[in-house]
Design a protein around this ligand. Structure first.
Ligand SMILES: [Zn+2]
Length: 373
């Protein structure tokens, strides 16, 4: 991380100001340190240059993994977490762990990702929504969309993810981008000021335990007049077929499912090879529309394997109907709301959701407060 991130952060527990204590630095990059709240004394480690701003109940799981860090700085971190609220946060860690495996297995920036970014966003957002703006990428994974948003001219961009895939984002995808900030954070325990011109979340909300609460928390961080954009899975018949496969695959070790994913990937890739061939023959042009899954026609085989692995291993998937998304939008202080369908009428359809924030509420703590023990 670099110090530029600090101006966007507040304590996720008390909204107090945070202070940076640097233990190790290389040039402008802070490699090790802590971020501490001056008000409630909660602290968060910076390990391998990534701030880990997570609830102490989740942070404690990190102690064993990063034993070296905690041992090395045992003098500088002189106290255990004491003042934190015991809360019952929705725990999305199993999803994050699955994606940690997926993004470690498929960390490369495939050429189709940029086409996907454009296709997902360009119906409802344009270049001016990025140029010169301060942007939050909610659930950034390995940082592919953070990079593309940055390339559209963002002034500064912050990407967070619950999982350790942010390490890939930082060390690989967005290496040497000083105004792109990455951190580990939780959508149910957000450490940000309401200071963003645009918040987008692509392919994340449908994997949350409590999706509407996650969206509510994001809406609360958009500046008045700023925009929020979501891309989520839509309900279609493929859900039932996938549920059947997932009944088995969710019970298998991840490397096994990775090995098995070659079979559905071969089927999908073959269907798309058929689509590419048939769509070039004028005689068949009326039949082309009946070929399923043609949305994957421009994908590499490796990209399709990753899609198969993703769908077969991630423990939570919601498929939304338009009506449900409309109800959400009515609950939030948004105007100019729009919902557009990606691949209408097809298996695997999805939704783009957009709104302009009129009067953002303060960052939502109500669910935490309610659940205080
Ligand atoms: Zn605090």
């Amino acid at each position: 991380m670099n110090t530029g991130l600090m101006k966007y952060l507040v304590c996720p527990q008390c909204q107090g100001a945070l202070e940076l204590q640097i233990f190790k630095k290389a040039g402008d990059v802070i490699e090790e340190g802590i971020i501490i709240c001056n008000n409630c004394q909660l602290w968060f480690p910076i390990i391998q240059s990534v701030p880990r701003i997570l609830h102490p109940q989740i942070l404690v799981r990190m102690v064993k993994k990063y034993d070296d860090f905690f041992h090395k700085y045992r003098q500088e971190i002189p106290f255990a977490h004491r003042n934190y609220r015991q809360t019952h946060l929705p725990d999305n860690s199993p999803v994050a762990l699955t994606y940690d495996y997926g993004w470690t297995t498929y960390p490369e920036l495939l050429p189709e990702y940029k086409r996907e970014f454009v296709h997902v966003l360009d119906d409802l957002l344009d270049t001016d929504d990025f140029r010169g703006k301060v942007i939050l990428d909610a659930g950034c994974g390995m940082g592919r969309f953070t990079l593309f948003a940055w390339e559209r001219g963002a002034r500064e961009i912050v990407g967070f993810d619950l999982g350790e895939s942010v390490l890939t984002a930082q060390n690989r995808t967005l290496k040497n981008f000083p105004n792109a900030h990455l951190l580990q954070a939780d959508i149910y325990y957000l450490p940000f000021k309401a200071d963003f011109d645009l918040i987008y979340s692509i392919g994340v909300i449908h994997h949350l335990i409590e999706p509407e609460q996650g969206v509510k928390n994001l809406v609360g961080l958009v500046k008045s007049g700023g925009k929020i954009f979501l891309w989520v899975y839509g309900y279609s018949g493929i859900k039932h077929f996938l549920d059947l496969l997932r009944f088995f695959t969710l019970r298998l070790p991840l490397p096994w499912v990775r090995a098995l994913s070659i079979f559905p990937a071969l089927v999908l890739y073959s269907i798309n090879a058929l689509y590419r061939t048939v769509s070039r023959i004028p005689l068949f042009k009326h039949f082309v529309k009946y070929i399923p899954f043609q949305q994957y026609a421009d994908r590499s085989f490796r990209g399709i394997r990753w899609i198969a692995l993703d769908h077969l291993t991630v423990p939570i998937i919601h498929y939304f109907r338009e009506k449900e998304l409309r109800q959400w939008l009515n609950h939030f202080p948004l105007k100019d709301t729009k919902i557009s369908c990606r691949y209408p009428g097809r298996l695997g359809r999805s939704w783009r959701v957009y709104g302009r924030v009129t009067n953002p509420p303060k960052a939502d703590l109500s669910s935490n407060e309610k659940n205080m023990i």
